[in-house]
Write a protein of this length. Sequence first.
Length: 88
Amino acid sequence: TGAIGMQAFNCAGYGAATQEKASKWTGLLYSVTSLPGVIFGSIGVALTGDILDKTGQDWSSVFSLVALVDVVGALAFVVLYNSKREFD
């Protein structure tokens, strides 16, 4: 539950970040920057299947991995993000 709840930070931070960076080009910036997420999300489906097959359908490993990715992403966002406008 905590791992899924942590994804709320993603929605709040990522959605607003593109609007702060480029008000005129928000749509383009959002689509270009979300492409890696779509690719890794597709890989994640296959990886989830492999984990479940190897652990006998034990979801705790999957949710632990999701929690780890969310925590690392949140830390990277806090450390690396600035709201300086890049594009006008």
